[in-house]
Each structure stands twice: as structure tokens, then as C-alpha cells.
Design a protein around this ligand. Structure first.
Ligand code: HEC
Length: 143
């Protein structure tokens, strides 16, 4: 019996505080709803795929090898030029060993007909290992 009395007083005080806070928050909420709703969405969409994956070891290794060949003259990450964008290729294929090998062989042998009538020329000087690293980089670039 002796314990309940101070406890009740404490609860009453807490309830009073909560009520005071609640009232305060409500009036603040009505004045600033627009600002907090528009700000979080914007930066997420502006992050480029390069920015998103730049620290991934697959990205770093693949990009280094891509730069030693002519891939960049026909492919861009997020825009179609002569060939499809890497982002479009990544959206089309799961990043499995099977797909990486299949596409690596296609990079070496050249190919046509999957993305249109423009052919990709063969790259006989690229080794299968290097081509796989390049393709792994391409398939990493998912949005
Ligand atoms: C002369 C332009 C050109 C160059 C250089 C080039 N590509 Fe391509 N690439 C293309 C075209 C065009 C296609 C679409 C081929 C098709 O429709 O089958 C393509 C398709 C691809 C595909 C998707 C293949 C598929 O079957 O979906 C990958 C992956 C690719 N290229 C990677 C590379 C890599 C890696 C390099 C550098 C070693 C490279 N490309 C160099 C023009 C090029």
C-alpha cells in the first residue's frame, strides 16, 4: 500500500507530460507537412549506377579490363549508343555463371540479332577470363 501511492503520483505526472507533448507536436505538424514529404525521394533517384557500384570489387576489376578494349566506344552504362546500355543488358540477364560464360563467348565471337540489326564485332584478342570479368561487371549494373 505504501508503494502504490508514489507510483500513482509518478504515473499521473508522466500522463501529464505526455499530454503536454502530444499537444505541442500536433500544432507543429500542421505547419510543416510538405517539406518532410518531398525531400527524401529526390537524392535516391539521382545516384548513378557508377556511383552505386563503384566500391564493388567486380565493378573495379571489370571496368579496368573494359578500358583496355574498345567496349566504351559502343556501350555506355545508362544510355544506348551503338550497342545496348550495360544497364539494359543487366536487366535482361541474371548474373549467373552460365550467362556470364555465354555472354563472354559472344563478346569474343561477336554477335547480332538480340538487340537489333547492328552487329557486335568479334574480339579475338580478349581472353575468356577477361571477357568474363567484363561481363560480370556489366551484369552487376542493375538499377
Ligand atoms: C562496334 C561496336 C561494339 C563494340 C566495340 C562492342 N560492342 Fe558489345 N554490342 C554491340 C552491339 C551492336 C550489340 C548488340 C548485339 C546483338 O543485338 O546481338 C552488343 C551487345 C553486347 C552484349 C550483350 C550481348 C547479348 O547477347 O545480349 C554485351 C554483354 C556486350 N556487347 C559487351 C561488350 C564488351 C565487353 C565489349 C568490349 C570487349 C563490347 N561489347 C564491344 C556493339 C559493340
Amino acid at each position: 500500500m505504501k508503494i502504490t501511492k508514489p507510483l500513482n503520483l509518478g504515473l499521473a505526472a508522466l500522463a501529464g507530460l505526455a499530454f503536454a507533448c502530444g499537444g505541442g507536436e500536433k500544432s507543429a505538424e500542421t505547419t510543416t507537412p510538405e517539406v518532410s514529404e518531398t525531400t527524401p525521394a529526390a537524392p535516391a533517384e539521382e545516384i548513378s549506377l557508377e556511383e552505386k557500384y563503384k566500391d564493388d570489387p567486380i565493378y573495379i576489376k571489370g571496368l579496368e579490363k573494359l578500358k583496355t578494349s574498345d567496349c566504351m566506344s559502343c556501350h555506355m552504362v545508362e544510355r544506348k549508343i551503338v550497342g545496348p546500355s550495360y544497364a539494359d543488358v543487366a536487366a535482361k540477364y541474371e548474373s549467373t555463371d552460365e550467362n556470364i560464360t555465354m555472354l563472354a563467348e559472344k563478346v569474343i565471337a561477336g554477335g547480332v540479332g538480340v538487340w537489333g540489326e547492328v552487329p557486335m564485332p568479334p574480339h579475338p584478342n580478349v581472353t575468356l577470363e577477361d571477357a568474363k570479368d567484363m561481363v560480370a561487371y556489366v551484369l552487376l549494373l542493375k538499377k
